[in-house]
Design a binder for this molecule. Structure first.
Ligand code: NAD
Length: 376
């Protein structure tokens, strides 16, 4: 199938992981792109990646009209531009009948998120959201263990995404940082919308629960920052669990810092993105067991998401590849008018995109009112 990419230009942070992920299983060929805010750089990079010159577009509007007029139009468009442009681009492509994978956060407001849900429903097309860490085999295994009841009732979820890469005051003019702290570009939140949102999505993904009430403390630790670079958020989930989430961009020495811990009445699970091939399971009153990715006896969800032999490291681009594998299966089923195999129904969708943005908004409102408990 033909795949199109918007953003993700040369030197971007996330472009390479999408290109590796989309190409891994042979579902997608990179056929069209508007890769850069600078049209000359974007076209030149597109051609170096093997995109035909008539499909190396100067910008996304040109790509939309160019692809609409083709019989071999792209089957999936990935939107990997900075946050403020996600809504307009994603909605325009859905309205024109394309399937879309949008980077997170899907939108900068919850109202826009709802419009995207409606646009996807109206078009009958897929809108997926790249909460790519949900593609890790052992994250899918956590979800399967919780769903089949191994933990019993989930009491507490502790989620973190705390790194230290925005802690240098002398780096304030770096263009890749600046948009993240500019309310016109980023919306009502910086680090929660940018990083913490992954930890929150993961809490929902593994537990099957959503947030109903939030209480948040936002802090801007560097002078002149209009949006938060550190936040602590307490949540009450609709399935009865408590969720506590810490996100930070000033935690010097922490690298990626995405971790998820789930504690139920029958045991606890711990997983960290920087050591993704091990999951720790402690049954109540029992010994801690290390569950290795790729080992025998894991859930079908983990087996289908695991690519290389046990003992060999798998990382983030392969987690993204699992979302692309699911999308490849779902779009093939869509084209053939049949249901998709449920094993491939795990990719985050526009409803997840909307809920996560609604929680960011509720947290920002709560933080403005000194942590007052606020309904999502
Ligand atoms: P970046 O600043 O490194 O790169 C952005 C790229 O988009 C650049 O190539 C830029 O030229 C291009 N671009 C900007 N505006 C454009 C436009 N209108 N049309 C076409 N191209 C345009 O940013 P990044 O860190 O790669 O982040 C991009 C998006 O990916 C953000 O929404 C970010 O939140 C998300 N992201 C997701 C993950 C993840 O794990 N899912 C990780 C990092 C970033």
């Amino acid at each position: 199938m033909n795949w199109g990419l918007i953003g993700g230009g040369e030197g971007s942070q996330i472009g390479p992981a999408h290109r590796i992920g989309a190409s891994l299983d042979g579902f997608f060929t990179l056929a069209a792109g508007a890769l850069d805010i600078d049209p000359v750089k974007g076209k030149s990079f597109a051609q170096r990646l093997g995109i035909a010159s008539d499909r190396s577009y100067a910008d996304w509007r040109e790509m939309l009209s160019g692809e609409m007029s083709r019989d071999d139009r792209v089957d999936l468009v990935t939107v990997a531009t900075p946050n403020a442009s996600h809504f307009e681009i994603t909605k325009a492509f859905l309205d024109a009948g394309f399937n879309v994978l949008c980077e997170k956060p899907m939108t900068t407001t919850a109202d826009q998120g709802l419009e995207i849900v409606q646009a996807a429903d109206n078009a009958g097309k897929i809108c997926a959201v790249n909460f790519g860490y949900s593609g890790y085999a052992l994250v899918r295994h956590m979800r399967a263990m919780i769903a089949r009841g191994d933990l019993g009732r989930v009491r507490l979820i502790k989620a973190e995404f705390a790194h230290g890469f925005h802690a240098d005051a002398s780096d304030a003019d770096n263009p890749r940082l600046r948009w993240r702290y500019d309310p016109a570009q980023a919306g009502v939140s910086a680090v929660f919308a940018d990083a913490g949102i992954h930890a929150f999505h993961m809490a929902c993904f593994v537990s099957g629960q959503q947030a109903v009430n939030v209480s948040a403390d936002f802090a801007s630790c560097l002078d002149g920052r209009a949006l938060e670079d550190d936040a602590m958020i307490n949540m009450r989930m609709d399935g009865g669990a408590i969720c506590r989430l810490w996100t930070s961009a000033i935690a010097v020495g922490r690298m990626h810092g995405l971790t998820i811990q789930v504690f139920g009445e029958n045991g606890g699970l711990r997983w960290a993105q920087e050591w993704p091939n091990q999951l720790y399971w402690t049954p109540l009153n029992g010994r801690t067991e290390t569950i290795e990715r790729g080992a025998d006896g894991l859930s079908p969800e983990a087996d289908s998401a695991s690519r290389v032999t046990v003992g060999h490291a798998e990382g983030m681009p392969l987690a993204f590849a699992n979302l692309y594998m699911d999308l490849g299966a779902a779009i093939s089923a869509q084209k053939e008018g049949r249901d998709v195999d449920p094993i491939h129904a795990h990719f985050p969708n526009a409803r997840d995109g909307h809920h996560t943005v609604a929680v960011v908004e509720a947290a920002a409102r709560s933080a403005e009112r000194q942590g007052e408990w606020t309904k999502v």
